[in-house]
Design a protein around this ligand. Structure first.
Ligand code: LUZ
Ligand code: MOS
Length: 754
């Protein structure tokens, strides 16, 4: 069953923020951003802008009644710059006019005088100067110093990965509507309604109950609206509050690309030691995360990198250090995978380097070191289940890896320019917010007296199908048809203190809360039914919209039962709360059990390379993925396919290009390549692991959003394998994205260019 949104989407009937009917008198805002990457503001002249046609008002930091502060993890980011600017595009002023075109015209008339300071764009140089956003963190297991002496082989090198633009279809947008008695209603496209509510209240100096955040659906997010939908909503609220008129702020695509943060680029030094049998003995890494100009979510993202440093492998001796390095770029932010892809790319690069040096297939090293039940990870958590190994073995067998490797080797020997390459990519991704506090959710369920059901949770629908899954969960919990269940918009007045819909936890957390709410109502309904049938509530069940007494289907249907309960003055509404049990983390000792479970799987990726032109394409991706007991196979398949394509895009074609002054040059779809429908591999095969490993989440399902992104890493190594059939490629510096230009350079014997 597809979601109600599916039909509305294909008929272009779904409304996004910019499509909402505008209340009479709505004004439009545009943002003036810093023209330079670093400097002190000497003076700003807004007079000419204020005189421009249609302009109503211009707001700067001075107009903020509350705290000029966006930061949630660290309070280091003003909504509007005051004395200093730290990246090109940093918001300084908000212009409000009768139309958005007039507002944008006026923005061009703002003149600013900035005393420029030297900008820093390189995370390693920032770290060398000690410019870190938070103290460095180190995780360790065993004793690396002692282990190195026992290693038969040690490989070391540097691995760089680039940023990634989210390119959600709907750009950042907000509509703020002032209402009576100080209330402000905010329509916005955010993954984090309560963060918007909290920050807007802080900016406006009002209690949170004055701010109502309403989210119907997002046109994609991918992490880009976990933290960075907030400023635009806060700016619209600031203007609306001041003018007491509705204000809408919708970014144009190039504004969105220039002003908002992206996936963090990382630069990493590593060392991997192996014994004579190819067993990993020791791993050391130092991650330099390019965090941009403010903290945003960077410390949490770095933490997830550290938790995924060893991917699907057991390494008994590990020492890894990560640093959030401050640079003069827009604050980098959450993006599907949240730091794990960057770290897992390093691990796979280290394995590739070791395999290349030992002249053995990488899959041999991967296979020899896969996680087994009971293995300890560097942060103290032990692995349950054997999905890593089972998915790996199943993939090798089902996708005929041995025979294909031989066939590819034969092909490459006889084909001078058209080469093929194969890579295996296992993944193991921890599910739960690494910040334990965030692993909570509320749900509000109403049953109306006609038997129809209304469900509100904190989950935000962004195309991932969370409402489809929640509807199924609720229908199952109540024993009724899905058509009776309506999932409401996400609204901070119905569910409070909402955690972001992110970390792949939307269904796990909100689904669990919804189940508890349904159970509360079910207990009451069973008591009513039991009295009617002269039995005990324990013997009553509701299935297929009928009341069952033991194994007998009774005369009562759902509708009658609900009406009877209502007439007996029984509460047909429930609010419930869920907090993931048994998770904890001790940051001082860097040990704990931060994840409810891991999601594992294995991909087999095949690439084709035209060595003359330097062009590569991914022919096929074949996957064995542990989705638990899927709540919706179609939704899960869609998530896997989309994630894989997005992951391949990150490592092969998506390239952020900045001018030497720190201005984003790749700010449109003509200069930034994204993986579109035509780019997608012609063959993506997704098989779900039979007999999924426990534990799972709601109804033994598993989180699906992020883990499959990292299958895309296999594309890099499949192309690299094809390149290596042309010539040796040095492994001391491995750099993504592997664009056509980089392929050609390396086939010419040059190192990858910065
Ligand atoms: N957001 C967050 C996330 O705040 N904490 C996390 O651990 C996380 N993981 C993945 C994606 N978003
Ligand atoms: Mo996210 S990267 O908002 O799950």
């Amino acid at each position: 069953m597809s979601s109600p949104d599916t039909f509305a989407h294909v008929r272009a009937e779904s409304l996004f923020v910019d499509d909402l009917p505008e209340p009479a008198g709505t004004l439009h805002a545009a943002v003036f951003g810093s023209p330079v990457a670093h400097g002190a503001i000497r003076a700003m002249d807004v007079e000419s802008a204020a005189m421009a046609p249609g302009v109503i008002a211009i707001f700067t930091a001075r107009d903020i009644p509350g705290e000029n502060q966006l930061g949630v993890i660290i309070e280091d980011e003003p909504l509007l710059a005051e004395d200093e600017v730290h990246y090109v595009g940093q918001p300084i002023a908000v212009v409000v006019a009768e139309s958005s075109a007039q507002a944008r015209e006026a923005v061009k008339r703002i003149a600013i005088d900035i005393d420029k300071r030297p900008p820093e764009f390189d995370p390693r140089r920032a770290a060398a100067r000690g410019d870190l956003i938070a103290p460095a963190r180190t995780l360790s297991l065993g004793n690396v110093d002692e282990a190195w002496a026992r290693c038969a082989t040690i490989v070391a090198g540097r691995v760089d990965s680039g940023g990634q633009e989210h390119l959600y279809l709907e750009t950042q947008a907000a509509l703020a509507i002032p209402e009576a008695r100080g209330r402000m209603r905010l329509y916005t496209g955010t993954q984090s309604p309560s963060v918007v509510q909290r920050v807007a209240a802080r900016i406006l100096a009002c209690p949170m109950h004055n701010i109502e955040v309403e989210v119907q659906r997002l046109g994609g997010a991918f992490g880009g609206k976990e933290e960075q939908a907030t400023p635009w909503a806060a700016m619209a609220a600031l203007a609306a509050q001041n003018l007491q008129r509705p204000v809408k702020l919708v970014l144009l695509r190039h504004e969105d690309m220039r002003m908002t943060g992206k996936r963090h680029p990382y630069s990493t030094d590593y060392r991997l030691g192996l014994d004579g049998n190819g067993r990993f003995l020791a791993f050391e890494a130092t991650y330099y995360q390019n965090s941009g100009a403010a903290a945003d979510l960077s410390p949490a993202i770095l933490e997830r990198s550290l938790f995924h440093a060893t991917n699907s492998y057991f390494i008994p001796n590990v020492q890894i250090t990560g640093m959030c390095c401050r640079t003069n770029l827009p604050p980098f932010t959450a993006f599907r995978g949240f730091g794990a892809p960057q770290a897992m790319f390093v691990m796979e690069s280290a394995i590739a380097a070791a395999a290349e040096i030992l002249n053995i297939p990488a899959l041999q090293l991967q296979q020899a070191n896969l996680l087994r039940p009971g293995n300890e990870l560097p942060f103290g958590m032990r692995i349950e289940g054997d999905a890593s190994r089972r998915s790996f073995e199943t993939a090798l067998a089902r996708f005929d890896v041995k025979a294909r490797r031989e066939e590819i080797a034969r092909h490459n020997e006889t084909s001078p320019y058209l080469k093929r390459g194969l890579a295996i990519m296992p993944i193991c991704f921890g599910i739960s917010f690494t910040n334990t506090t965030l692993n909570q959710a509320g749900a509000l369920v109403h049953i109306y007296f006609d038997g129809s059901v209304s469900v509100s949770t904190g989950a935000v629908e962004m195309g991932q199908g969370v409402l489809t899954k929640l509807r199924r969960i609720v229908a199952f919990a109540l024993g009724i048809a899905e058509t009776r269940v309506r999932l409401e918009s996400t609204n901070t007045t119905r569910v409070a203190n909402i955690s972001p819909t992110s970390a792949s936890t939307g269904t796990d957390l909100n689904g669990a809360a919804a189940v508890i709410a349904c159970r509360l109502i079910m207990e009451r309904l069973k008591t009513v039914a039991a009295a009617l049938h002269d039995t005990t509530p324990e013997r009553i069940a509701i299935r297929e919209e009928r009341v069952w007494i033991g194994d007998t289907c009774g005369p009562l249907d759902w509708h009658t039962l609900v009406q009877t309960a209502y007439s007996q003055r029984v509460d047909l509404s429930a609010h419930a709360f869920y907090a993931t049990p048994d998770i904890h983390y001790d940051k001082k000792n860097e040990k704990g059990h931060p994840f409810a479970y891991h999601v594992c799987g294995t991909a087999v990726v095949e690439a084709r390379l035209d060595a003359l032109r330097g062009t590569a394409a991914i022919e096929s991706v074949q996957i064995i993925h542990d989705a638990g007991r899927s709540l919706d196979l179609l939704v899960d398949r869609g998530q896997v396919e989309g994630a894989v394509v997005q992951g391949i895009g990150w490592l092969t074609i998506e390239e952020l290009v900045h001018s030497p002054e720190g201005r984003l040059l790749s700010d449109s779809l003509s200069s930034y390549k994204i993986p579109d429908f035509h780019f997608a591999p012609p063959r993506i095969e997704v098989d779900f692991l039979e007999d999924p490993s426990a534990p799972g989440a709601v109804m033994q399902s598993k989180a699906i959003g992020e883990p499959p992104f990292m299958y895309g890493i296999g594309a890099f190594f499949a192309i690299r394998a094809a390149m290596r059939s042309v010539r040796d490629i040095p492994c001391d510096l491995i750099r993504a994205p592997l664009t056509n230009e980089q392929i050609l350079r390396q086939l010419e014997g040059l190192p990858p260019a910065e």
